[in-house]
Write a protein that binds this ligand. Sequence first.
Ligand code: NAD
Ligand code: IPM
Ligand code: MN
Length: 380
Amino acid sequence: MDRSYQIAVLPGDGIGREVISEVRRVVVEAVSIVGNLDIYLHEFECGGEYYLRTGREWSEEAELFTKTKADAILLGGIGAKGPEGGTVRRPDGNLAGYSVVIGLRQELDLYANVRPVKLLEGVPTPLGFKKPGDIDMVIVRENTEGLYIPARGRISEPDREFAFDLRMITAKGSERIARHAFELAMQRNGAPSDGTRRVTCVDKSNLLAGCQLFRESFDKVGQNYHEVERDYAYVDAWTVLAIRKPEYYDVVVAPNAFGDIISDLGAAIQGGLGVAPSGNIGKKHAVFEPVHGSAPDIAGTGQANPIAGVLSAVMMFEWLSKKHDDPRLERCAGLIREAVEEVLRKGAVRTPDLCLGDWALVEPSTTQQVTSEVIRVMKR
Ligand code: NAD
Ligand code: IPM
Ligand code: MN
């Protein structure tokens, strides 16, 4: 029980840095309240802005520590704008910071990108007729293959110009993500609408061969989970279904790129990117990060909502607690989660993205004021 935990902290770019410094404050406070717990935060610069300055996405030391020494990794948003206003890119065309945000998923084999979609009390949803309790699903995005394999390119010749991105979907990759989704469903209480444990496979198997394999693998794995209903939707139709009857969904599994897109939709219905956390989970390693990016449009204004980052830290504590069978970490998670829920429920302290609907007249608070309020509640 007296082991220590080493956390790699990678703030990234733009609001990534602003949010992660607040997440640190909350983590440090939770650890000190729970007490008798050695957690070390090792912070390293990384991302597009670091690349512009140094020509590297992160230092050798940062990379080595993150990949070989860290018990868990906490990441902010990656992505910088260059002097001409466009995304800063590496010579190979990938965004600067790719090694951190996508490279880690590939190299540490973080095959499950787990993105909870839960409408909390006090959070305005654009689905005005839905209430907390109606929206409580988890999107499980395949995270290592699909359209994200490094097989892309561009040909520019005088008389023809084209680009391609190959998508590869394997039986092994599809089966393991399906298993992750069904196992998750077994730990949950079912869909809000009817309490049925349900995993929905969201794909485009009416057209795409990769999606046909993905769905077959889903069925093969799902057959062994008798208590979980198997459900299916084509990804285009699902974007409508998720808005019309989000309460029907419990766990949703999708190939990589579709999972990327539908999880931003999920973020929207739970109150926006400012409140949407995620965990990139593998067998040994995990990276926790808000679903949002570096938000250059609000960077430096103090408007970034820190809650998505803070809830990602909650997911980190829960994962570490389970992995190391250490209830002290579960207490850190519970302490932070309860404080966030109370701050949202009370409603007076919130960033501008949440000052909508019933909360339109609330005077917006800054990133730091929100965190200070979370910490104040935790200390009580
Ligand atoms: P974004 O998520 O950064 O922002 C989208 C919109 O949501 C913006 O209007 C932004 O202001 C708002 N928003 C995001 N997070 C918020 C928060 N915490 N509080 C309040 N408002 C918030 O997506 P984008 O603008 O499409 O991309 C910006 C950069 O981030 C790009 O370089 C992109 O590649 C990168 N990106 C990185 C990640 C990641 O690191 N995992 C994820 C998404 C985008
Ligand atoms: C995400 C992001 C990344 C992705 C980008 C930054 C490459 O959108 O984490 O959802 O596409 O996975
Ligand atoms: Mn995304």
